[in-house]
Design a protein around this ligand. Structure first.
Ligand SMILES: Nc1ncnc2c1ncn2[C@@H]1O[C@H](COP(=O)(O)OP(=O)(O)OP(=O)(O)O)[C@@H](O)[C@H]1O
Ligand SMILES: [Mg+2]
Length: 294
């Protein structure tokens, strides 16, 4: 068998496996992870939240939209064969770029070492969304990790998502930048569902205080209701796991931070913490296309 035939066979078997796993009942809820300031813990949250959702029986796909940084690969100690950029540039099927991380976590890598920012041509963006739409019915939850701040692509993703999990630390600079994110996004779509997470708190009380003040500020200045999803402790297990390149949920399952994530995932799947109406990946792409036209 030559290389081309082997490639075609792999492609075919990937498609068959994937199609057999598509369920019409699945909504495939799209959840983006956002922050104003960088380095507040988005990527660690994304991976470990995905692992805890999987433990609850949810099918999760993580998409790394922090193009060029390869943060997720480093955190998981994986070296993916393909990435999002290959998918778009080489018009590969999404099934060919879906990689497996620890505990079988399925993800699409952002790739590394790119000089250019993720500024897509219209055709490329269209292809990206056409492939992403194939996840409809495949995953229960699609978690999209983004880089610091708001790029055009991440902004459009947040504006189209079912839920935006907004991370901040208790630091005033991080809070101020998170507030700017809500302000900018809310000015473009008043229907967004924000779930606030305060990361790296020293005590739970601190997290509740920060979150309540934030919620109040958004309420009074922007006339917008946001939800408080929870607080995550500052835990040495996170840095140790980063150094080991094994997610803390796997390397330190009994650490307070892992138990907190488990609790957040439970609240998330039982729907007590998040919006009830889900547009899913199809709604996500519909919204996105509308944004492109406007
Ligand atoms: N709950 C926590 N407790 C202790 N340290 C933490 C916690 N969350 C994150 N960190 C520290 O913050 C660092 C940055 O985390 P991470 O890479 O997840 O941030 P990020 O928001 O994805 O950054 P970027 O904006 O650059 O993508 C981690 O390597 C870890 O050292
Ligand atoms: Mg990151």
């Amino acid at each position: 068998m030559n290389q081309d035939q082997a490639h075609q066979l792999r492609h075919l078997s990937n498609s068959l496996v994937s199609h057999s796993q598509i369920s019409r009942e699945r909504v495939s809820r799209v959840v983006t992870i956002a922050s104003g300031k960088g380095g507040v813990g988005k990527s660690n949250f994304t991976i470990n939240f995905a692992l805890s959702l999987m433990e609850l029986g949810k099918k999760v796909v993580v998409v790394d939209l922090d193009i060029g940084m390869a943060n997720l690969d480093i955190l998981m100690g994986t070296s993916p064969k393909h990435n999002l950029w290959d998918m778009i540039r080489e018009q590969k099927s999404i099934w060919n770029v879906l990689e497996k991380g620890p505990n079988g976590l399925e993800y699409i890598a952002g790739g590394s070492g790119f000089q250019q920012l993720f500024h897509l041509q219209d055709e490329e963006r269209k292809y990206f969304f056409q492939e992403l739409e194939k996840l409809h019915g495949y995953a229960d939850i699609i978690l999209i990790d983004t880089g610091a701040g708001l790029t055009l692509e991440s902004q459009q993703c947040h504006l189209s998502a079912d839920d935006i999990i907004l991370l901040t630390t208790p630091e005033p600079t991080s809070i101020a930048d998170a507030y700017s994110v809500v302000k900018i996004l809310h000015s473009q779509n008043t229907e967004l569902s924000f779930q606030l997470v305060v990361n790296r708190v020293s005590r739970e009380k601190e997290g509740i205080e920060v979150a309540s003040k934030f919620k109040l500020a958004v309420q009074s200045f922007l006339k917008k209701e946001i939800k408080i999803f929870g607080a995550i402790p500052d835990d040495a297990a996170v840095m140790q796991a980063v150094l080991k390149q094994v997610p803390f949920y796997i390397s330190f399952p009994r650490a307070t931070v892992s138990l907190t994530l488990r609790n957040l995932a439970e609240r998330f799947v039982t729907g007590t913490a998040v919006s009830q109406e889900h547009k899913g990946i199809k709604g996500f792409i519909r919204n996105f296309s509308r944004l492109l036209r406007s």
